[in-house]
Design a protein. Structure first.
Length: 275
């Protein structure tokens, strides 16, 4: 039986991030073989992940970043079970490793992203490893991106909410930041009223009809009243028609015209842990 020294345990801990006792047990079981010990810790991670599969990973880090050329922005959410872990420096660092790979490799979907490797291990497997190290369920809960001539990103304090947006023209960085902060604050459903899904419009009309009837309006008038109320819905819930949070005398459309009359918002994404 190989002698397991404190320096051996410290070395394995540095390599894996696992706890001191877990490292000592793994080295003892592997008779001092570091590669075998790492496999033991990974298997432990798989067991922990399986035991916690039914847990809710509702905390985590929602972060965003743009590519070096400024034409693509990515947003991800790495989820865990508790706010304590979400604020852990190593957890946040791991989230940024995933984000950096997403920005540099431009995956088409979350499954492709999970296949990318960190230090020779796929993100999917490393998430299992981290589950074993941390002892909580960890999952990549969200991934999306936007592309355009110019992009902007915003991460709200605490990493609970992030937004990204793309534009048809290059605009001032501060102007782009104002738009993504607006998206964070006001949570629009679409860019303009023409982009609102018909299912959302139908739902709003139905709600409006019910309200009109509850207010005592005749049934034959209720639908007309509901359709009329759609304008208020569009003003409050479509980005370009919303009042700008920094100056409620202007809409975001007005604000952008002042920045560049030709610029268009091509796309935006907003994700928060309360989604």
């Amino acid at each position: 039986m190989a002698e397991i020294t404190a320096s051996d345990v410290a070395r394995l801990r540095k390599m894996t991030g696992a706890g001191m006792m877990d490292c000592k047990v793994a080295l003892t079981e592997s008779n001092g073989d570091f590669d075998a010990a790492i496999d033991i810790l990974r298997k432990k991670g798989q067991k922990v992940a399986g035991k916690r599969a039914d847990r809710d990973a509702t905390e985590g880090a929602v972060i965003a970043k743009k590519s070096e050329d400024g034409k693509r922005a990515v947003i991800i959410s790495l989820n865990c079970e508790t706010d304590f872990v979400a604020k852990n420096e190593d957890f946040v660092k791991f989230a940024y490793q995933i984000l950096d790979l997403a920005v540099s490799n431009n995956p088409s979907n979350i499954e492709e992203l999970l296949g990318y490797k960190i230090n020779g291990i796929s993100i999917a497997d490393e998430i299992i490893n981290q589950t074993g190290v941390i002892g909580e369920k960890i999952e990549l809960g969200y991934f999306d991106k936007v592309e355009g001539e110019c992009v902007s990103t915003y991460i709200h304090t605490g990493n609970k909410l992030a937004t990204i947006a793309s534009f048809s023209k290059v605009i001032d960085e501060h102007a782009g930041k104002d738009v993504v902060m607006q998206i964070a604050a006001m949570s629009p459903v679409s860019i303009d009223k023409e982009d609102v899904p018909q299912s959302v419009i139908d739902k709003e009309i139905e709600i409006g009809k019910e309200l009109a009837i509850q207010e005592g309006k005749p049934a034959d008038m209720a639908e007309k009243i509901a359709v009329g109320r759609l304008n208020k819905f569009f003003a409050e819930n479509t980005l370009l028609n919303q009042q700008w949070v920094k100056d409620n005398k202007k809409t975001i459309r007005d604000f952008l015209k002042g920045v560049n009359a030709e610029v268009k918002v091509l796309a935006f994404k907003r994700y928060s842990l309360s989604n």
